[in-house]
Write a protein that binds this ligand. Structure first.
Ligand code: SF4
Length: 582
């Protein structure tokens, strides 16, 4: 990938596109690219929805090649939710396609002078930007259908729904999957609101006529890819659990561990968990026919295939196989154990373009504030519809759990840096709390998910209820993930990479064979540190301090059943994660 596409939405005479050489950003991909551009070019104190912010969309280093699992794409900006730097990533087809078109990044800059909505079309011949206000307030599904009708059946899309257009802080950016459905999302931190502020509704990609990105040493690359795939197939998570049940395999695991946040983080176990578990979901999907459960990749080249299709009671496509975090956010966290209702909400979230974790958390907070009863699936569905319509209540919820807590006078608001916490209660998995508190992203499990080091059932050796060793593990995982997020590989490949020496070596060999480099494991770690340092520095300049690296007070005071424990990692230990020596 040899160029960056800059689109100035505020140019005189209308938006203008310009492809330019990589320059200072040569050798970067994914999160290193997004955080590199944002930390260098975006004023840290700017308003996230202003012309000064930039939205960077970057495939990974291996995207566009034949490397298995290499369809991950990063979206970065200053976050309207956290006020700090943001990188949210997603699966789907666009990463591979942009890679093949030769783009290492798309940078949306400036802001249209008039209120107007634009579509961007990219193919091998260049870039075309057109105003199209007929797309106004369309859902992601209709937007994609319209683009296919206009640009051809083979195109893929990066789009926002009405929530992004209305610039709510929980708005996501959608990416089409292999079936050209907008089911994959860069969900966290309001990246969709920033795309909305740029006036870009959809980026349509056509890679016809482009070939796979070649490797400097094709034979070595091919052999390393084969070794990498063998490592994935051997690992119990990527080779068995995920292909069989998808990410929702975690519902029973986390519930049994007592760390499943239930009814707005009041309890660590949910009585209805088995009704919404991955096992139950797979059974239902199989019974309803179609492609069956857990048999799909979200992009070509995925060999884990943790995704699938959810059909409604009449056998019609409803949504993709609901993922663990979504099943939890709209399920157990709201006291809801109705699979069909949660799948319906997932479809609405994807269509409206909203982060399922943030919205589920906001609804649970609103339930605690008295807006609806825990367990009331119909009320929850109606609240999601309010968000899609942009009613005043919908706009409160769509701006996240922190805003919702303020508006409804709720004290138990599970956020860090105003971003809602995902599906692992830190009182039952202390290291998860360290990651939530100290990551540059706001509460985010993907920034350093340490459950495998904590839970017996996953082979962990740390005591999840104690502080010992948690800071060290979280720090190492955060460094490791910051580097891994640059590759363009799906995070679910990382367990095998970290536990199977041959798979880890194969990853490095693939990168070296592709670029003709001689990077070592130490170089990979140094890259992770470099990315984190740039992000920490941006956040510091944006005004975030150590006081923002804290969990909400109730986590330290309210014991969580069934273990009846609180967070015991001290503030000093939290601060040592990225302390003076880092
Ligand atoms: S493992 Fe799942 S999330 Fe990862 S690329 Fe495959 S389908 Fe997508």
């Amino acid at each position: 990938m040899d160029k960056i596409l800059r689109i100035n939405m505020g140019a005189d005479g209308g938006p203008q596109a310009k492809a330019e050489p990589l320059g200072d950003y040569a050798g970067l991909g994914g999160r290193a690219m997004t955080s590199g551009i944002v930390s260098k070019e975006v004023p840290p104190t700017c308003h996230p929805l202003s012309a000064d912010n930039k939205l960077v969309i970057a495939p990974g280093l291996l995207s566009g090649s034949v490397a298995a699992m290499s369809g991950r794409i990063s979206v970065g900006c200053k976050s309207p939710l956290t006020g700090g730097i943001k990188e949210a990533n997603s699966g789907g087809q666009p990463s591979q396609m942009l890679g093949r078109l030769g783009y290492a990044a798309i940078v949306l800059e400036g802001k249209p002078k008039e209120k107007a909505l634009y579509k961007v079309f990219i193919n091998k011949d260049g870039v075309e930007i057109k105003e199209d206000n007929s797309l106004c307030m369309l859902g992601n599904y209709d937007t994609v259908a319209k683009m296919k009708a206009e640009y051809g059946e083979k195109v893929h899309c990066i789009s926002i729904g009405p929530v992004g257009e209305m610039k709510m802080s929980a708005a996501s950016v959608a990416f089409t999957d292999m079936e050209q459905r907008p089911t994959r999302h860069a969900g966290r931190g309001g990246v969709g609101a920033v795309m909305g502020s740029k006036g870009v509704k959809v980026i349509v990609i056509d890679d016809e006529g482009c070939s796979m990105r070649a490797a400097a040493d094709p034979e070595k690359f091919k052999a390393a890819n084969k070794e990498f795939v063998a490592g994935l197939r051997k690992h119990p998570v990527s080779g068995e659990g995920l292909p069989a049940y998808g990410t929702n395999v975690l519902t029973n695991v986390i519930n049994e561990a007592g760390g499943y946040p239930t009814k707005n983080f009041q309890f660590g176990q949910f009585e209805g968990a088995s009704k919404i578990s991955g096992e139950t979901q797979a059974e239902l999907e199989n019974a309803r026919g179609g492609e069956g459960s857990a048999t799909l990749g979200c992009h070509r080249g995925c060999v884990i295939r943790c995704s699938g299709t959810f059909y409604d009671k009449n056998g019609n496509f409803l949504t993709k196989q609901v993922e663990y975090e979504t099943m939890w956010a709209h399920g157990g966290n709201c006291g809801i154990d109705d699979l069909d209702a949660i799948a319906q909400i997932d479809r609405l979230d994807d269509d409206f373009g909203v982060d399922t974790i943030e919205l589920g958390a906001a609804i649970a907070v609103a339930m605690e504030g008295g807006l609806a009863e825990f367990g009331d699936a119909e009320a929850a569905t109606n609240l999601v519809k309010e968000v899609g319509k942009g009613t005043p209540l919908g706009r409160i919820l769509g701006n996240g759990a922190a805003v919702t807590g303020q508006v409804f006078g709720v004290e138990r608001v599970p956020v860090v840096k105003r971003q809602a916490m995902p599906a692992y209660d830190p009182r039952a998995v202390q290291g998860q709390g360290v990651t939530y508190a100290t990551t540059t992203m706001g509460a985010d499990h993907t920034a350093g998910n340490v459950i495998d080091k904590n839970l017996d059932s996953l082979g962990g050796s740390l005591n999840p209820l104690k502080a010992d060793g948690q800071v060290e593990v979280s720090r190492e995982y955060q460094i490791d993930v910051a580097a891994f997020d640059c590759t363009g590989l799906c995070i679910f490949a990382n367990s095998a990479v970290n536990t199977n020496a041959k798979a880890g070596e194969a990853l490095l060999t693939m990168i070296n064979a592709k670029f003709g480099t001689r990077l070592t494991a130490a170089d990979k770690r140094a890259l992770g540190i470099r990315v984190l340092k740039a992000e920490l520095e941006f956040n510091r300049k944006a005004g975030l301090t150590k006081a923002d690296d804290r969990l909400a007070k109730f986590f330290y005071e309210e014991p969580l059943p069934p273990h009846n424990t609180v967070v015991v990692v001290s503030d000093e230990d939290m601060d040592s994660t990225f302390g003076d020596g880092f």
